[in-house]
Design a protein. Structure first.
Length: 256
């Protein structure tokens, strides 16, 4: 069964951002308009774990599914995005850098210099139905690590989340969208059932379980842009250059 499923990728939901992180920061107003659009057009948000489970029972997949994901674990999800998701009763998946939970230390230079959620906040959103899943312990490029370090980053983040939150973690997201065959194998070995890449493309039930395609929602996207990201042709037009670069990178790593 083939059905286009947009897997949306967000980072920070905030009014302002430092210049180097502006592209990845969607304002609360933008986010509210986007969620209203999904509601008005009868989309059914599901988690990544639910999407993975539908592979075994494809006929149960909703007519207009969408997956809403967030990377890193910034506190502005709790303060800005979560109330909007709750208003519409929308499911979402949050990928957490476990080494930065409860952290007041400076973020790595490639991440937004804003606070992260606490364990108490993560427990609260999980109890309300948000999938809280693994994004490594220290946000590293997994494909550059030794096998031992790679294994630790993947398994340790999963183990910490399960110990702190008391619930099985079944999915994963690659920092920077970076992965290769060895990384995918370690994710599977850790007992995870699916993993999110980027790829600037629609997903479907035949997509690679350990490299699910996602679409980054950016600050400069208008509501019309957002609507186009929910269609395969719209994604192809909007991210033509990104898709070409991603495909060349995957070819170089023998991922296609």
């Amino acid at each position: 069964m083939m059905k286009d499923v947009p897997v949306l990728m967000y980072h920070s939901i905030a009014e302002r951002a430092v210049a180097r992180y502006q592209t990845w920061t969607v304002t609360p107003t933008q986010f509210a308009e986007q969620m209203q659009y999904l509601h008005q057009h009868d989309y059914t948000p599901i988690t990544v774990a639910q999407f993975a489970a539908y592979r075994a029972r494809p006929s149960a997949l909703p007519d207009k599914p969408v997956v809403i994901t967030f990377d890193d674990g910034y506190v502005d999800f709790y303060e800005q995005a979560w109330p909007i998701l709750q208003f519409y009763g929308f499911a979402a998946s949050m990928y957490v850098i476990t080494g930065l939970v409860d952290s007041v230390q400076a973020a790595p230079p490639d991440l937004a210099p804003i606070p992260y959620m606490t364990w108490a906040q993560l427990r609260q959103i999980q109890a309300a139905g948000v999938e809280v899943a693994a994004h490594t312990h220290s946000h590293v490029k997994l494909d550059t690590l030794t096998q031992e370090k790679m294994r630790w980053e993947i398994a340790h983040s999963k183990q910490i989340l399960e110990a702190k939150l008391g619930q099985a973690v079944t999915t994963f997201a690659y920092p920077y969208g970076r992965y290769n065959a060895a990384v995918c194998a370690e994710v599977a070995q850790a007992g995870l059932s699916a993993a999110c890449a980027v790829r600037y493309d629609m997903s479907d039930l035949n997509d690679e379980a350990f490299a699910l395609a996602r679409i980054i929602v950016q600050n400069n996207h208008t509501l019309a842009d957002f609507a186009s990201l929910l269609t395969r042709q719209g994604v192809k037009r909007k991210f033509m250059l990104h898709r070409a670069k991603a495909r060349l990178w995957r070819m170089a790593l023998k991922l296609v």
